[in-house]
Ligand binder design. Structure first.
Ligand SMILES: [Zn+2]
Length: 138
């Protein structure tokens, strides 16, 4: 897609440090890493968000991110754990509107802050929430 920086990287027209690429996905180093070793895994075919992908693309992203997570732990880069995150939509914090999964090496004192409100919700409300989601599952 024209104007998409990730499509430019995938096409080889924009600079990137490539970790892995195959017919389904491309994985590159994040230009502004949360920690050293922060990798982005993206589908080769442009999709702004999850709704534009299919299960095969999702499986390819998962497979690659899982392999990279294992590699990070033995790479020599500080990595005692790995955090994945995927923002689907600008309201979720998606910065580049080409779907991508962040694979971030973590270790004690790495300075990364992840926050959530975490207010307890009653079982009755959780059951209602689950029913709403179940109805929309396709
Ligand atoms: Zn794109």
């Amino acid at each position: 897609m024209s104007g998409c920086v990730f499509c430019e990287i995938i096409a080889g027209r924009a600079e990137a440090s490539v970790v892995h690429e195959d017919g389904d996905v491309v994985a590159v180093m994040d230009l502004n890493p949360a920690t050293v070793g922060h990798v982005l895994v993206m589908p080769r075919v442009h999709a702004a968000g999850l709704a534009g992908t299919d299960d095969a693309a999702g499986a390819a992203i998962w497979r690659t991110a899982r392999r990279i997570s294992g590699a990070l732990r033995t790479s020599g880069i500080p990595c005692d754990g790995v955090r994945w995150s995927l923002a689907d939509g600008e309201a979720a914090g998606q910065d580049v509107l080409h779907l991508h999964l962040h694979v971030v090496p973590r270790y004690p004192g790495d300075g990364v802050v992840v926050t959530a409100d975490g207010k307890r919700r009653s079982r009755a409300l959780l059951d209602q929430d689950a029913a709403l989601i179940r109805r929309s599952l396709t």
